[in-house]
Design a protein around this ligand. Structure first.
Ligand SMILES: Cc1cc2nc3c(=O)[nH]c(=O)nc-3n(C[C@H](O)[C@H](O)[C@H](O)COP(=O)(O)OP(=O)(O)OC[C@H]3O[C@@H](n4cnc5c(N)ncnc54)[C@H](O)[C@@H]3O)c2cc1C
Length: 492
């Protein structure tokens, strides 16, 4: 049973009439399929056959007008609408916690135009990342956005959840790649931001929707920056005596104005995992995988400068193999959320970020707090910027039963995020908020900042139809009725 009551049959007929019967389903199999995304807690629940809450209807719009029709009906009847692009989100953002309509954008996957003069491409929101990159690469271009989920995630989801590709140190996070947006508001109105390189006409409205995870509007079309494919790509790895020395070297890259495509520094635990096939690292040693990707001249300069910095720091050069091996096998990695490890097992990844002044402290505090609860961790720092970077803390553990594992999972998240917050970090670098981190939004933004977000939500979506409960927004319009089984992460 969904927590929202409406006449499903009548609404289904109404939507079918407007957008065609092939684009709507209330079949049981579809409703079960859309009761999940890739959130590990949800997958743990599915492991014990908890398939509720489910949507009442699934709608696959093929045009922006279809979305406008559906939202007008949903707004008039106060029916929850949850958008889905790829469905690869790992925080429960696409779960239909209050039933209603799933709006799956995958049939809106057209490439609307390539502007080779301005170096932009305009696409619909349901286009999968790898389809976009295939289209661009045969023409000599790339967006540079290369998340590990590229085969199962779409551009609408990248923008909605502020995604980061593995090459973000060079190309930026997705919010930096978006030039302009088209968005359907909850009342069916259409908003387009201008396709211009930069602007100072007041606040940047597109950034209001980027990261809003479908709570403010449905992103339907995006214009993205593109770059020429790199002329040369080379790989390198170095083994540092410890994490601190590795981190200092990375900071020096930025101080020398280098912009490498990939910089991945592994802690001692993950170093053993990553380097195991090549050599047995000394205790405490940390491996740094690098990719140089630019013009031949620039790559050669980057190589020389980086090698000098690493060797001066006492790092052992390992040649290209470890880094190349990671690159070639990056899609084979088992991502914890892609699998169900079995009853009693718990696992996930905390992705946080901080300025360099806080980054290492944050790592040690998170690790200590999480490991105290009896889970194992291994971590890497994989998105570096001139002023700071992220940490990706993978944890795995077990408990006596599936229910106990789920409770422990929430405790691990709680202590990990608490430690990150106290160390001055942001509680999400690239995976968004969804349900998992919703209780942490007031902590992240402070009472004034969160009240402002709530006021925007109230203005845009007074009936709280768009992705209710996600990001912790909309409680003013209708207090949370989400089922406890769909809630994640203990309250802060
Ligand atoms: C194996 C694996 C590897 C991953 N690797 C990475 C990685 O390298 N980098 C990274 O950033 N993330 C990664 N992720 C997480 C995930 O792929 C990203 O969060 C991605 O941005 C989600 O895109 P999606 O299209 O699948 O979004 P969905 O899961 O469909 O949606 C995500 C959120 O956005 C909302 N939404 C979706 N479409 C729209 C729209 N058109 N308009 C408004 N709101 C919308 C949804 O309601 C939901 O709240 C990984 C996930 C997995 C399973």
């Amino acid at each position: 049973m969904s927590s929202t009551s409406f006449n499903v049959r009548r609404v289904r007929r109404e939507i079918e009439h407007l957008i065609g019967g092939d684009n709507v389903s209330d079949a049981e199999i579809d409703r079960v399929c859309y009761s999940r995304d890739a959130w590990p807690l949800r997958l743990m629940q599915l492991g014990r056959l908890v398939t509720k809450p489910r949507p009442d209807l699934i709608v696959w719009p093929t045009t922006v007008e279809h979305i406008q029709h559906v939202l007008r009906i949903a707004n008039a009847e106060h029916i929850p609408v949850t958008p889905v692009s790829g469905g690869s989100g790992v925080c429960g953002g696409a779960l239909p916690t209050r039933g209603g309509i799933i709006l799956d954008l995958k049939r809106m996957n057209r490439i609307c135009g390539l502007d080779e003069e301005s170096y932009t491409v305009t696409v619909e929101a349901g286009l999968l990342g790898y389809e976009l990159e295939q289209y661009l690469s045969v023409r000599g271009y790339t967006t540079g956005h290369a998340p590990s989920s590229i085969f199962s995630s779409a551009v609408g989801g990248f923008a909605a959840a502020r995604s980061a590709g593995v090459l973000s140190s060079k190309y930026g996070k997705f919010e930096e790649i978006v030039v302009s947006l088209e968005v359907v508001l909850p009342n069916g109105e259409l908003l387009r931001t201008k396709t211009v390189p930069r602007s100072s006409m007041g606040p940047d409205l597109k950034q209001l929707f980027i990261g809003s995870e479908g709570t403010f509007g449905i992103i339907t079309e995006l214009t993205l920056r593109i770059c020429p494919l790199p002329e040369s790509t080379q790989f390198a790895s170095f083994l540092f005596p410890d994490l601190h020395t590795g981190m200092e070297a990375v900071i020096r890259f930025f101080r020398r104005d280098l912009r490498l495509a990939l910089i991945r520094l592994y802690d001692e635990n993950e170093t053993r995992f990553v380097l195991g096939r090549f050599k047995s690292p000394p205790e405490g040693a940390c491996v740094l995988n690098l990719i140089y990707s630019a013009t031949k001249k620039l790559v050669s300069l980057e190589r020389r400068t980086v090698t000098r910095i690493c060797e001066a720091a006492g790092a052992e050069p390992l040649g290209p193999k470890p880094s190349k091996h990671w690159w070639d096998n990056r899609f084979d990695l088992y991502y914890p959320s892609s699998i169900n490890l079995g009853p009693g097992m718990l696992y996930d990844v905390l992705d946080v970020a901080a300025s360099y002044a806080n980054l290492e402290t944050m790592y040690w505090r998170m690790r200590e707090a999480m490991e105290k609860l009896g889970v194992s961790t291994m971590s890497h720092f994989s998105h570096f910027y001139p002023d700071g970077g992220n940490i990706y803390v993978i944890f795995i553990g077990h408990a006596g039963s599936s229910e106990e594992a789920e409770a422990k999972y929430s405790r691990v998240w709680k202590v990990g995020l608490e430690a990150a917050h106290r160390a001055g970090g942001t509680l999400s670098h690239q995976h968004g908020v969804g349900l998992l981190k919703a209780p942490w939004m007031p902590v992240e933004h402070g009472p004034v900042g969160f009240a402002l977000l709530e006021a925007i939500k109230q203005y845009l979506d007074p009936h709280n139809i768009l992705n209710p409960g996600k990001l912790g927004l909309g409680s003013k319009a209708s207090p949370s009725t989400d089922t406890p089984t769909a809630q994640g992460g203990d309250s802060p």
